[in-house]
Each structure stands twice: as structure tokens, then as C-alpha cells.
Design a protein around this ligand. Structure first.
Ligand SMILES: NC(=O)c1ccc[n+]([C@@H]2O[C@H](COP(=O)([O-])OP(=O)(O)OC[C@H]3O[C@@H](n4cnc5c(N)ncnc54)[C@H](OP(=O)(O)O)[C@@H]3O)[C@@H](O)[C@H]2O)c1
Length: 264
């Protein structure tokens, strides 16, 4: 089936996004707008995708409304809200400005961009909004509360928006992606840099034990191969009748389900 489609992908320089983009590039009928965080990334990505006709690179810091203007004259059929940051520490005593910064990107940046795109979807009478949440938004993992609670918030935002779309007079799909642990460097940064936010923490003396447990968790669960989650995101973009939630990898999702049944 041939579908002409414009996809906007935020935070698209690395990690899971790179894998999904390699799938999207196989389709000559899709135009991919890759939103990047910084000016430096803009240069690097323009060089990287030089000559690839169906890719356009945009500087799109999702917390900066000025950057949204570059979207004004283009049609967007699907947005993948992939951009995120992760700060760790204990929610009891980590600097509140770090939590605020985390929410500013993951919640407010994502929601604000959604609101900016909404009139576009309304005018063209269709659209698809894909939120990257996380299994960390479902299972409470200690010392990543700032990041995890931002992802939990995205889950509720997506569910409420989906309910509200039932009252719209045009079809607008709202979809959640809930990945488990994949090795992109994001988790290492999240876990390892949290001690900068824990210098005055009551848990500072326990950092050796905490690090050992987290290393064990990542070694056990983190997937090197990102294909399983990339395939789910690809389906979320393309499926004619999309599911509300796409998750991977299977065993981690099963574990999360069992956890929800037993402990919630
Ligand atoms: N890896 C996992 O195990 C995992 C699990 C569950 C969910 N996820 C979610 O999957 C998504 C992709 O993560 P990933 O693992 O592939 O890591 P990643 O490559 O680091 O992806 C995050 C991207 O967001 C960008 N970003 C941060 N702040 C931004 C802003 N204000 N505006 C625009 N872009 C911004 C980052 O750019 P900079 O490098 O410049 O900061 C980076 O390119 C994230 O939403 C993450 O929460 C990942």
C-alpha cells in the first residue's frame, strides 16, 4: 500500500529514533522531518542526511516555542514525541529545580508542541500523535523518580487526550509507546549522573549499594538490539487501525503487567 505521509520526529539524533528512521527511510512516499535539540546537531544531521531527498532536518528544541515556527508551513500527519531528558535522585531531597527542568522538557515541552500542532490537525481533518512514555512510568524504580513520574504523567495525558478525541468531528489518533530498557546510553546517563543531585541526600552513604543494584538491573534487562521497539513504533506510525499502546520487549512488558496485577 502506498501512503503519502509527513512524519515529525522530535529528539531524532540518536538512540531508538535512529533505528525507527532507518525503517521509515525505506518508504519513498514518506517525508520525515527530524527535529533536533541544538544548532550543532543541526549541522551534524544535515551532513549525515545530505542528499537524502525525503528527510528534512529542523532545529526543534521542544521547550522553545520560537523553534516551533519552522513547522508553520508544513503539513504534519504524524508526530512522534520522542525528545526527553532524564534526571535521577531521590524525590525526598533532590534539587526541585532539576525535577522542574525534567518536567519542563518531558511534560510541558511535549504538551505545548501537541497544542501547537493541534490546529494543523484540525485544519487538515486528521492527525496522529505518538507519545514515548516508558515502562518506568508504570513500575516505580527508586531514584529515577523525576524522570519516571514525568513519563507516568505522559501516560495520563495521552489517555485523557484520547478520550477527548471522541468528541472531535475528525479522526485524531493518540497512541502511547511504552518501551522497556534498551541500551542507547540514556539509562546510563540517567543512573550515573543522579549522584550530582544526591550530594546532600540522606541516601548518599548508600550509593555503593544503589549502584550495584542498578548495574545488575541494566545488565540483566537492558536490550542492545533496538529492533523490537523500533518495529512497534513503526507500526504505531503506519497501522491503519492503531492500538492505543505499543510495548516491547515482550518479557519486560509481561513483568510489568504481573507487577501491576500483584501490587496495584
Ligand atoms: N532507552 C530506553 O531504555 C528507554 C526506555 C523507555 C523509554 N525511552 C524513551 O525513548 C525516547 C528516546 O530515548 P533514547 O533511549 O533513544 O535516548 P536518546 O537518544 O538520548 O533520545 C532522547 C533525545 O531527546 C533529545 N532532547 C532532549 N531534550 C530535548 C529538547 N528540549 N528538545 C528536543 N530534543 C531534546 C536528546 O537530545 P540531546 O542529546 O541533545 O539531549 C536526544 O536526542 C525518550 O523519550 C525516552 O524517555 C527510552
Amino acid at each position: 500500500m502506498v501512503i503519502d505521509m509527513n512524519v515529525l520526529y522530535t529528539g531524532a539524533t540518536s538512540g531508538i529514533a535512529k533505528e525507527v528512521i532507518s525503517y521509515l527511510l525505506r518508504d519513498p512516499f514518506v517525508v520525515i522531518y527530524l527535529g533536533v535539540h541544538t544548532k550543532q546537531q543541526l549541522q551534524v544531521m544535515r551532513t549525515y542526511y545530505h542528499g537524502v531527498k525525503n528527510v528534512q532536518i529542523l532545529k526543534l528544541d521542544i521547550t522553545n516555542v520560537e523553534d516551533y515556527r519552522s513547522l508553520d508551513n508544513i503539513q504534519i500527519d504524524v508526530v512522534v514525541h520522542n525528545a526527553a531528558i532524564g534526571y535521577g535522585g531521590s524525590l525526598f531531597d533532590m534539587p526541585i529545580e532539576k525535577v522542574r527542568e525534567n518536567y519542563e522538557t518531558n511534560i510541558f515541552g511535549t504538551l505545548q508542541l501537541t497544542q501547537y500542532l493541534f490546529p494543523k490537525f484540525r485544519k487538515q481533518k486528521h492527525g496522529r500523535i505518538i507519545f514515548m512514555s516508558s515502562l518506568a512510568g508504570i513500575i516505580p524504580i527508586s531514584f529515577i523518580g523525576s524522570y519516571a513520574s514525568s513519563k507516568a504523567s505522559l501516560i495520563m495525558i495521552a489517555r485523557i487526550l484520547k478520550n477527548e478525541t471522541r468528541k472531535l468531528d475528525f479522526p485524531l489518533d493518540v497512541i502511547l509507546i511504552e518501551p522497556g530498557l534498551y541500551h542507547t546510553g540514556f539509562n546510563q546517563l540517567l543512573f550515573e549522573t543522579k549522584y550530582e543531585n544526591m550530594k546532600d541526600s540522606i541516601f548518599w552513604s548508600k550509593r555503593g549499594q544503589i549502584t550495584r543494584q542498578e548495574k545488575w538491573l541494566l545488565r540483566l534487562l537492558e536490550k542492545n538490539n533496538k529492533k523490537t521497539i523500533a518495529r512497534q513504533i513503526y507500526h504505531a506510525i503506519y497501522d491503519l487501525y492503531p492500538k492505543s499502546i505499543y510495548r516491547a520487549p515482550f518479557l519486560q512488558c509481561l513483568g510489568a503487567k504481573i507487577y501491576q496485577i500483584l501490587f496495584w
